[in-house]
Design a protein around this ligand. Structure first.
Ligand SMILES: C[S@@+](CC[C@H](N)C(=O)[O-])C[C@H]1O[C@@H](n2cnc3c(N)ncnc32)[C@H](O)[C@@H]1O
Length: 200
């Protein structure tokens, strides 16, 4: 998995701790850009928990459906209709977008998240070798067709604060990943920030 399981595991650990603290009051997590549903698998043994995934890609959702309830939509305009999520999660997706869209994303999530709710936000660090300095070596085809917009912790914190969130904690998660064609081992670095929506 190229070292991506470590940050997902860590985000799931924090999500589980928050859900436990809520003593059964919080039962649903929304996974924004859920992909194939990897994150939900880390929470599979939490009793009574429902994970709802939102993603644009039908191909990814076909796999995700095996682990979770899914909605095919863009998280940039999806909003819950008749309920108010207390915990939203984002893992490695917003890097596809420029900062103006990132700000829009934070504002949009802030609008529908419950007051007192949490956004668990995880993204590639600019120092992550396979997505940052070594991207053309690790993923030449991807790098020739796509631009990826990496930010550091401070920039994400600034954008989320502008949207109204408070930053509760931040950490860097490190792992190692092997990439074809060289099968060389690369250093991975992920940013994990816990944001909170104030009660008033
Ligand atoms: C690198 S994958 C990460 C998937 C998953 N979060 C994980 O960590 O395994 C990025 C995912 O974000 C999805 N995505 C990108 N932009 C999106 C948007 N605006 N709305 C919903 N999903 C989006 C893509 O379809 C893709 O499945």
């Amino acid at each position: 998995m190229g070292g991506r399981l470590e940050p997902l595991r860590r985000v799931a650990q924090v999500a589980e701790a928050l859900l436990c603290r809520a003593h059964g009051g919080w039962t649903t997590v929304v996974d924004l850009g859920c992909g194939t549903g990897l994150f939900a698998q880390f929470l599979a043994n939490v009793p009574g928990l429902r994970v709802v995934g939102v993603d644009l890609s039908e191909g990814h959702l076909q796999v995700a459906r095996r682990h979770m309830e899914v909605i095919k939509a863009s998280y940039l305009d999806w909003e819950p209709d008749d309920w108010t999520p207390d915990v939203a999660v984002h893992n490695n997706s917003i890097e596809d977008y420029e900062d103006s869209v990132k700000l829009y994303f934070f504002k949009h999530v802030f609008r529908w998240l419950a007051p007192g709710g949490y956004l668990l936000f995880q993204a590639y660090s600019p120092r992550d070798e396979p997505m940052g300095p070594c991207i053309s070596e690790c993923s030449p085809d991807f790098a020739s067709k796509h631009t990826i917009f990496l930010c550091d912790t401070e920039r994400y914190a600034e954008l989320a604060r502008d949207a109204g969130f408070e930053m509760i904690s931040s950490e860097l998660i490190h792992s190692k990943g092997r990439y074809p064609p060289s099968e060389k081992t690369y250093q991975r670095e992920f940013i994990f920030i816990v944001f909170w929506k104030p009660l008033t």
